[in-house]
Design a protein around this ligand. Structure first.
Ligand code: NAD
Length: 284
């Protein structure tokens, strides 16, 4: 039997539609800061802008030169913090050159109230308390939880294996799964014998950026596979999972593209609405 296809497209449209009345009432404004001209970033930004337009949310792009200094970017961040008409803002990653090395210092400057990407230590740290404190979670992990929950896939008591340990996907999704009482195994580039762990997974989440990293020999029958990876191979977008082969064993699987990607955008916009609500109530 073919696996159940976990499409993020329909669900993201549902989430966006649910935000529309709140956007109308609260009129939040999102600002996207792009440093340089990376083509993939430009594509992601276009998708974010289109989603905002589709629900009537104000969204402005602030473009800075690739040569922008750390000092100037800090000044820009502080100005966005001080601007009462900016609900939330994101610094589109990856940052070019030396700025990339300074991401933690830059994130430290972001006002946690306006941190709609959920990258500040404050918003990430709050997630450790419990799922009730996941107020502004990073958008991709939030999208994965939405996808599992909408599909009625049980998390509690299941073995969830997360491959990848980035601060924006791997670590926060592991925390969110733990908050929902999964038994979580986190793997990364130093994990020896990756297959030994992935084979145990009831839910397998892969966020690495390496095409075909996960093959059919590495999964057990019936596994739920969430492929976060985005890679370009011969001009085609593919994930980290050998989709055709792993599909023969999986119980459910996300397509790439059209899986986690659209949900990331929808959850970012949801964070912007939440940020506005919390700013009104002054709840951090
Ligand atoms: P990252 O580069 O920050 O982290 C990659 C992780 O993979 C690291 O933790 C590393 O330890 C691990 N890794 C590398 N090689 C490995 C190996 N051989 N075995 C096991 N682990 C290994 O990446 P990221 O920002 O978390 O993104 C990961 C992927 O997800 C990328 O392809 C990115 O484009 C994609 N992504 C997609 C979305 C979306 O909305 N669909 C959002 C964010 C990132």
């Amino acid at each position: 039997m073919p696996p159940r296809l976990l499409s993020g497209k329909d669900l993201s449209e549902k989430i966006l539609a649910s935000l529309k009345p709140k956007v109308k009432k609260l009129d939040p404004r999102l600002v996207i800061v792009q440093v340089g001209d990376e083509p993939a970033s430009t594509t992601y930004i276009r998708k974010k802008k289109e989603a905002c337009e589709s629900i009537g949310m104000r969204c402005d792009l602030m473009k800075l030169k690739a040569s922008t200094s750390f000092k100037v970017l800090i000044k820009t961040i502080r100005a966005l913090n001080d601007d009462a008409d900016v609900t939330g803002y994101i610094i589109q990653l990856p940052l070019p050159g030396a700025l990339h090395e300074n991401e933690p210092q830059l994130f430290r400057e972001i006002d946690p109230y306006k941190d709609v990407d959920g990258f500040t230590a404050y918003n990430l740290g709050k997630m450790f308390i419990s799922s009730e404190f996941e107020h502004l979670p990073p958008a991709t992990p939030a999208g994965i939880i939405e996808l599992l929950s909408d599909a009625g896939i049980k998390i509690e008591g299941k073995c969830a294996v997360v491959v990848g340990q980035s601060n924006i996907v791997g670590k926060p999704i592991a925390t969110m799964l733990l908050n929902r009482n999964a038994t979580v195994i986190q793997c990364h580039k130093f994990t020896e014998n990756l297959a030994q762990y992935t084979k145990q997974a009831d839910i397998l989440i892969v966020a690495v950026g390496k095409p075909n990293l996960i093959t059919s020999e590495m999964v057990k029958k019936g596994v739920v596979v969430i492929d976060v990876g985005i890679n370009t191979v011969k001009g085609k977008i593919v994930g980290d999972v050998d989709y055709d082969e792993v599909s023969k064993f999986a119980g459910a699987i996300t397509p790439v593209p059209g899986g986690v990607g659209p949900l990331t955008v929808a959850c970012l916009l949801r964070n912007c609405v939440r940020a506005k609500e919390r700013q009104i109530d002054r709840k951090s």
